[in-house]
Design a protein. Structure first.
Length: 106
């Protein structure tokens, strides 16, 4: 096997790995008109799931733990922003980070 072919296969297998991250949702349950329960938030967020994205759990309604593959963390945030903004009828902003980045903050 040539080294370039081997490198491509390694890169492909790296992309196919599930990577965990967290999405921080701004402004949820802070004002009276943006209220949502943890259960409602989980149900709403599950609408963005597909073969490359899984919602693992919700922490305190505004932190979403997820696993993704074959996509950038920002793409996860954009999907969540879209579904949440549609639900609340106003812009909702989401910031995503890898768990690796979160662990490095210690």
């Amino acid at each position: 096997m040539t080294s370039k072919l081997f490198e491509r296969r390694q890169m492909k297998s790296k992309r196919d790995e599930w990577k965990r991250g967290v999405a921080f949702v701004r402004g949820i349950n802070f004002y009276k008109n943006l209220r949502i329960t943890k259960e409602e938030m989980l149900k709403l967020c599950r609408k963005v799931e597909d073969d490359n994205l899984r919602i693992i759990k919700i922490v305190k309604t505004d932190n979403i733990i997820f696993e993704k593959r074959n996509m950038h963390y920002a793409t996860v945030g954009q999907r969540l922003e879209k579904i949440l903004s549609e639900h609340f009828g106003k812009p909702v902003y989401v910031t995503t980070r890898s768990m690796r980045t979160i662990r490095s903050l210690r």
